[in-house]
Design a protein around this ligand. Structure first.
Ligand SMILES: [Zn+2]
Length: 398
């Protein structure tokens, strides 16, 4: 049960019940489409007349289309309802330290277009270029009804100021991306931490079943981010900083992190950590080309390079160490792992699972660890979920 927030509540009006029922019907259509009004009435327990009134409203607001006549016994021919996939166009922006991806998607969350640009080191220059890119995209697709821009960032967004406040891997100072982007495009902008965006995308579009209400997304890239859905709701903490497990110490006296702490989880288990392990192991060996990337390291593993394999093994051990902490502390139903390391999950997975078995032996925890496919671009998909959740989520009341 959620305590009523006496600083931020809305009393129930005559529209409240209607709003709740409308969202329930919209979600039932999304889940069961194509679906008839009679089925919606059965599934919701609402009167046929109420369902009809709500669906008329959804059709007139263009959220739902009517089409396809069903054939049922006794000659009845109900018209089926389905979501109007063209109702909203969402621009998704996934910012990572080197490259930023920009995509255009509809209600079905499939990408209609996808392009990328350099992120660079200067936030002002980046913002100007991003505005220009989005402007060109909108001009190139005038037929789309643009709804919002969702942005995933490798950092945390202050809940009050909406400024990017903590992004050690991006190297940018605290800054406001939302205001200039909204001003230039005329669209609402939803900013969110990348791991939170991934968690939302998994909640809304993942294949986890309705009973999954406690889901954790762990993004492993240059750093490590954690997004937590507990009780069906994203956990933000009082300032928006919740989920920074990447900067919790797991190796006492370990290497210094850009956050100022030592031995942080991401210092031991991120892509960057694996590259560092490999470089250390080659100390004194033939000189490498500058800046070995994690992708290069993965290629070396594929080619049978023993030291590259050991670097991934060590990274995987520490992924397990951090996941054990999360699972023991938060008791999720599912943990989704997002990142390039999932491409080597046949190697990393057994190591992670062995650490979990060892550390969670007596907890009886039955948690599904689900590696995601990097080709599906979970972070970018998360930006679309950000914009959609305000239409499909429960209304904020009391
Ligand atoms: Zn740190």
């Amino acid at each position: 049960m959620r305590k009523i927030d006496l600083n931020n509540f809305q009393v129930a009006t005559s529209g409240t019940a209607r709003d709740i029922n409308r969202r329930i019907v919209l979600n039932l259509i999304r889940k069961h489409q194509p679906v008839s009004r009679a089925d919606l009435s059965r599934q919701s327990g609402l009167q046929r007349s109420t369902v009809s009134a709500i669906t008329e409203e959804l059709i007139s607001d263009r959220w739902v289309n009517e089409g396809g006549v069903g054939h049922l016994p006794r000659g009845r021919k109900p018209k089926f309802l389905h979501l109007n996939e063209q109702r909203v166009g969402i621009i998704g922006v996934n910012i990572r330290p080197v490259t930023t991806a920009i995509a255009l998607a509809g209600l079905d969350t499939n990408f209609l277009t996808r392009e990328s640009m350099n992120t660079g080191t200067d936030s002002w220059t980046f913002t100007q270029e991003l505005i220009q890119r989005i402007g060109s995209l909108m001009t190139a697709h005038p037929e789309i009804e643009y709804e919002a821009i969702g942005v995933a960032l490798p950092g945390r967004i202050d809940l009050v100021t909406q400024r990017l406040v903590f992004a050690p891997n991006l190297g940018w100072e605290s800054f406001d991306l939302k205001t200039p982007l909204q001003k230039a495009t005329g669209l609402p902008v939803e900013l969110e931490n990348a791991a939170n965006a991934c968690a939302l995308a998994e909640l809304w579009s993942g294949k986890h079943g309705e009973s999954v209400r406690n889901l954790i997304a762990v993004t492993i890239s240059e750093g490590i981010g954690v997004g937590m859905i507990l009780g069906g709701q994203l956990v933000t903490g009082s300032s928006g900083m919740a989920g920074e497990f990447g900067h919790v110490t797991v190796a006492e006296g370990g290497p210094l992190c850009s956050c100022g702490n030592r031995g942080c989880w991401e210092k031991c288990a991120s892509n960057t950590a694996a590259v560092n392990y490999y470089n250390e192991s080659r100390n004194g060996g033939p000189k490498l080309q500058n800046g070995l990337s994690f992708d290069n390291l993965m290629k070396l593993v594929d080619q049978g390079d023993r030291k590259a394999g050991e670097a991934i093994d060590r990274m995987s051990h520490y992924i397990g160490v951090g996941l054990a902490m999360l699972i023991r502390g938060l008791a999720p139903d599912v943990v989704v792992v997002v990142g390039e390391v999932t491409r080597a999950w046949n190697r990393a997975g057994p190591i992670v699972n062995s650490v979990l078995r060892e550390r969670l032996a007596k907890t009886g925890a039955h948690v599904r660890i689900v590696p995601t496919d990097p080709d599906t671009e979970p972070r970018l998909r998360g930006t679309i979920a950000l914009a959609l959740q305000k239409h499909f989520g429960a209304p904020i009341i009391a």
